[in-house]
Each structure stands twice: as C-alpha cells, then as structure tokens.
Design a protein. Structure first.
Length: 351
C-alpha cells in the first residue's frame, strides 16, 4: 500500500458508524446475562457490568478510585482527523460520566490497510491524540490490527475520590433530569451518508461530537447530583431506561422540553433516521409509555443513537440552577431540564 492510493470514503467501508454500531440492546442483554458471576467480584471492584454502567470502578484506597472504560466504533464521518477526534471524545465521555478526571489512554485501531492510505490512518491517530492531550490524558500506547472494517477508539482511565463517583444506580424520586447536549446526531450521520447534510449542520455535528463532557467531575462534586450517565448508542430512552432499572425508579420526560438540533428535526420530518433508532425502540417499547399522537419523527429522535452525546444527570431540585451553570461554564450552553424522577415500578412516561 502507498500513500498514492485513491481512498474510498471512510463511511463507505463500514456497515454502521459511530455509536450506531452498538449491538442491539436485547442481544447485549442476552450476552451479558449472569455476568459477572456471583462470588467472583473482588471487594475493591465497586462498579462492574451488573447495572450496565458507563465504566468500571476500582477502589485503590480511601482517597482514590480508578475508573476504566473502553469505546471504539466505525467511522461516522469521512474526514479521518475528525473521525479520530470524535471517537476519542466519545471514549473519554464515559470517564467524565462517572465523575472522574481522565489521566491517560490506550488506542484501539483496526484498519483495512489495503484500502486506506497510511497518511489517512495517521490522521485518525492524530485526531484522537489531539483530543486526549486536550483532556490531559495522553495516549500512552495501544493495539492495532488489520481488519475488514475500519474502527478506532480508546481505553480511557481516570481518577476520582470514591465519594464523588456517580453511577446510573443513584437516582432518587423527586430528582430533576438534566440533559447536557441536544439530540439528533444519529439523524445527522444518516443524512451525511445519503449526501443530504448541509455544511452548517455538518459543522454543528462536528462541534457537538468533539465537545468533551468535562462538566462531569464538577457535577459529581455537588451533593445535589445523584446519578450521571451519558446518552450514546441506545438513545435517550435506552440510557434513561438503564438509570431507572438500576435505581429502581420511574421517570417522566416532557417531549416539548427536549433539546433537538433544528436541522436534525427537519431531516427527521423528511424521514431521515438510522436503522439503530428502530432497533433501540424495540428494546425499550415495553418499558416506555408514549402520548397519543406522538409523531414517528419525534419517537425516532427519542431513540436516535447519539455519538459522543450529552451527560444525563439526575439532580435534586434545589441544585438544578447550579448544575445548569456548571454546564454553561464548560461550554454546554444548550443543557436543560427534560423531566423528573418518581417512585414506582421502573418505567418511562413521555408526556
């Protein structure tokens, strides 16, 4: 292979892109059923796969917890540098979602080396490196393979005080739900594949997917912040379902208050969506009550797979203003309250 090779579009080499590549939630549940086995979990491992949380947490001592996660996916855009940035931002998000600060990363790379020139692969790595270093978590190594489809991502490690770890199992009745980024990234990526995405919407997509979820540690430092997760491949309803199931609570979402990119809403109304949105709806349909008359595009946006999506925070009512101020200070100025947490059988009601 030489750098003179005329490369295909990155997105043309993969069946899915971004967090839309995730396994069907129902398939994943089946694969993870019964894991990890009872009795095999060390006492220091205080967060594992049992509640489908964003990262694992290992208590080192009374002052320090180690947070570990990994995330990788196929290209969601064709620009190799931007693909690297998006994948790295997305991987680091799970560290922030636990309330931790990232410390270093390892890269995961799979490329069809007979189809993608070396200079483009280097650009992917450079994009990831730029984001990791901006987060204060340099890439210290990694692993690469020659694969049929391209993928890139990171193993990300972070540190936090054990008292500041926030999981998806800590929401309480009476909490307010706050979402940090607008929905619609999956719609944008689907439109891009169909060559329907305008320049302004593309720039909006890049800006959102490369904006680090840095509010996480500051949010976790507030007593009023109960649970944190991030909204990624399973869509808003899928990740809120995980909070409800893990916390033993129900939730109500006000569809009128949901932040959605204007361009994504217009595209959704034209029928643009990912295959993952329908799959995500199938996985949550028995858990969710929808209002009469909700349009198909609105339902699709509720299950739209987000790549590097926003933090979803369950917070005491008296701390909402401070939470929104923290989001705004970190450049997440579209964060807003979207619903409430209640007692009762776990489930989600959309109003």
């Amino acid at each position: 292979m030489t750098d003179a090779l005329s490369p295909p579009r990155l997105t043309s080499l993969a069946r899915g892109g971004g967090c839309g590549c995730k396994l069907d939630p129902a398939v994943l549940d089946g694969l993870l059923a019964g894991s990890p086995a009872a009795g095999l979990v060390p006492a220091n491992l205080v967060v594992d796969a049992a509640t489908r949380d964003d990262a694992a947490v290992w208590i080192i001592n009374a002052e320090t917890a180690l947070v570990a996660t990994t995330d990788f996916f196929a290209p969601v855009v064709d620009d190799p540098f931007e693909f690297g940035r998006i994948a790295a931002t997305n991987a680091l998000s799970d560290v922030y979602a636990m309330g931790a600060s990232p410390i270093f990363c390892l890269a995961l790379l799979g490329m069809p080396v007979d189809q993608i020139p070396a200079d483009q692969i280097r650009r992917i790595l450079e994009g990831g490196k730029s984001v990791a270093e901006n987060a204060g978590a340099p890439i210290a190594g990694g692993h690469s393979i020659d694969s049929a489809e391209p993928f890139y991502g990171l193993v990300a490690l972070g540190l936090a005080h054990p008292d500041r770890i926030r999981t998806n199992a800590m929401a309480k009745p009476g909490d307010i739900l706050v979402l940090g980024k607008p929905l619609g990234i999956g719609v944008y990526s689907a439109a891009m594949k169909r060559e329907m995405l305008c320049d302004s919407d593309y720039k909006e997509m890049i800006a959102s997917t490369t904006r680090l979820n840095t509010p996480g540690p500051d949010l976790a430092a507030l007593d009023g912040v109960r649970a944190i997760t991030d909204v990624t491949g399973f869509g808003l309803l899928g990740h809120l379902k995980e909070i409800c199931a893990a916390s033993g609570v129900s939730a109500e979402i006000d569809a009128r208050n949901l932040p959605v990119f204007d361009g994504a809403r217009k595209l959704a109304e034209k029928g643009v969506k990912t295959g993952a949105s329908g799959r995500n709806w199938k996985a949550v349909s028995g858990f969710v009550t929808l209002p009469d008359g909700l349009s198909d595009p609105d339902r699709d946006l509720l299950t739209d797979p987000q790549t590097s999506g926003g933090l979803l925070v369950s917070v005491r009512p008296d701390a909402v203003d401070v939470v929104l101020e923290i989001f705004n200070r970190h450049g997440h100025d579209q964060a807003c309250a979207i619903g409430t947490v209640a007692s009762g059988t776990p489930g989600i009601a959309v109003r």
